[in-house]
Write a new protein. Sequence first.
Length: 817
Amino acid sequence: MTEQSSCNGNCIGCALHKGEDPNKKKTLRDLKISQSAIIKEVGGTGSLRQHFLDMGVIPEAQVTLIKYAPLGDPAEYMIHGYELTLRNKDAEQILIGEPYFAEEAESENLHAHTHREDSEKELLTESEHPGFGEGGKYHAKGDGEALPKGTVLTFALAGNQNSGKTTLFNQLTGSNQHVGNFPGVTVDRKSGGIKDHAQTEVTDLPGIYSLSPYSEEEVVSRQFILHEHPKGIINIVDATNIERNLYLTMQLMELEVPICLALNMMDEVRANGGTIDVNKMEDLLGIPVVPISAAKNEGIHELVHHAIHVASYQEKPGRTDFCSSDKNGGAVHRCLHSIMHLIEDHAKAAQIPVRFAASKLAEGDKLVEDALHLSQNEKETIEHIILQMEEERGLDRAAAIADMRFSFIFDLCRQCVVKPKESKEHKFSQKIDKVLTGKWTAIPLFILIMGLVFYLTFSVIGGGLQGLLEMGIGALQSLVDTAMTAGHVSPVIHSLVIEGIFSGVGSVLSFIPIIVVLFLFLSLLEDTGYMARVAFVMDKLLRKIGLSGKSIVPMLIGFGCTVPGVMATRTLASERDRKMTIILTPFMSCSAKLPIYGFFAQAFFPKIAWLIMVIMYIIGILTGIVVALISKKTAFRGEAVPFVMELPNYRLPGIINVLHLMWDKTKDFLKRAFTVILIATIVIWFLRTFNFHFSMVSDSSQSMLSVIAGFLAPLFKPLGFGDWRIVTALITGFMAKESVVSTVTVLFGSVGALLSAYSPLTVFALLTFCLLYTPCVAAVVSIRRELGWKWSSGIVVGQCLVAYAVSGIVALIGLLL
Ligand code: GDP
Ligand code: MG
């Protein structure tokens, strides 16, 4: 406070503030690195603003600027003891008080209001540390009614991202789980019975921070709890970051479903000398609280015990009211209670718990308002009540409600949580981040890490395994072949099995090692917390094409194989980003196209084969960028998801989680290989083997496929390769890209024949076409699973058109040269 203190702020352009508008309010953008300030006002609108508030960016909170991403945007802030990313544009919407450096403030004793829990640290040091499983004494109520015997106890597992939900879910269910979708959306829905407890089922809800109606995940979660009526909720809370995690807890409690709180990561809290008075917390919340460590499998047994207890006796939370009548003049309290009175009947009719409905109405939640079917008169009265509350409280509705929840949480934490000064894990994470998100090191290291992942996947581990598997399939194929020949099986069946099923499904199956290994690395990167950093580092670049940082990963995987790339888009938070990323991923030239480039480039451009390959990759990326820019302006208008994201501490991923993920993805892929892909293979085999009189042909130039190809060939005349043989190759390439090469070799007979038939320019246009035209069957099937038939067929047609246009441009440029 040396410089600032020499100006009282009333200056009109004093030496300090020259060129600066003295009335301009300070925003988060005015913070310097490691400077702190108190938030005064949270601007913005709609989902972005609600997101700010839900993440704890509320008036009166203290924020510190940690660093900017290497490209200068977004920035990383510390708030309520955790790290949060905000884009600069968004940070400008948050008004702050005078910035200060924490050390100065401490020495000058300036921070009257920094952290509410600081003042009363001593309060708890005497308290005994509760051990794992010592909680859950909170069953004294006994007013619940036991459910009839034999009722299936269904649970919703809810919690923030990175709270250890997946780890807990795997501990609870073991290998007994199945994956599906929530109705109508592509959000994974995993369920499974609890180990050793028949008649139970846990459903893993998406990782969410709040029950606001803005993100698909949040809507899905609350629909699930409201409409599918689970008998209980298991709410997992990261105890190292308890304030922000409890924010969701309070909204879950308002739903009046029996709930049991799992305080996870207690091993870390304990190791750092922190304490949580579990019994006190149970009293204050009126629900059982069980300290656990999901990763170390501690306390899980007790958790299950208490969860089953609350569910089978239908013990509702002992408290749903978190507003206090004497806080801030009780404005929020009065407002919520008046609304509750007013809507009681409507809420009952709509089967929405009245307290939840009231607080959501007060926040301005349109979905709840519609579901309640209020009369115009009631709507106006409620609006009036809320306006009055805003006036009295001096905060707008959303901020007032968020503040109400956080005040309760701070009060609660003051009474039962002693936070360690700074955890080892956090210190360690900050050290790693100096390098991994450092200004000069972040991007090179990112390239290095991804390079290593690719190298290991495609050439060492995955590639090796793929070779082995191909050999295995080949051996099996020749075994079956010999057996069939010896057994005089009809030639049709023989051909179907050997040329249809084995070569089609076989070539698709050989993807499996690559998928498994790629997902091994991906889950390592995701679970350690590195992916969140990647998104932070790359966000600025991707924003330029209308996406957010997280989309970089699926697209990068697309260079390996489109299938796992598309599958990896599941980690993206918004539907819009997911769709757009899926559309762009196939433009990233996958490794199956390499043999095509290799073959043609060797034949036609032997001196500069490598350059041709590089150019292909570049054309793919550029086309992707152009498509992105166009769709940003048309089909995908609007902003990428707000980048208000937590940067969790680096943690070692659990081996069980990793294995589960790999198994899930493999199963998923196997299922597809044996359904849709099998059918597609048989269709292509059929077209290639029969003529229109349905008799088998020995020469494929007589087959239906060649007739169809001949029919399509004139279409490709303008591009220079209107030849049925090439078109046949392209059609078989739809099965698996690499088969373009084998088909061409078979149909042309020799490379010499090919060389005499085409000019290098035409081949270049052909390569461009191969690069960009429809993704292979396996990829299309993956896309269909994420986006449905309409989108996947749209993508097939769209890409063929793009391919046609781009290779047309290539041909045209060639003519002009
Ligand atoms: P999710 O995002 O909520 O599904 O969280 P995950 O289950 O993927 O866990 C995130 C990270 O925290 C992983 O690296 C886990 O290994 C780790 N983790 C989960 N539970 C615990 C725990 O109780 N203690 C510790 N130390 N780490 C944990
Ligand atoms: Mg998870």
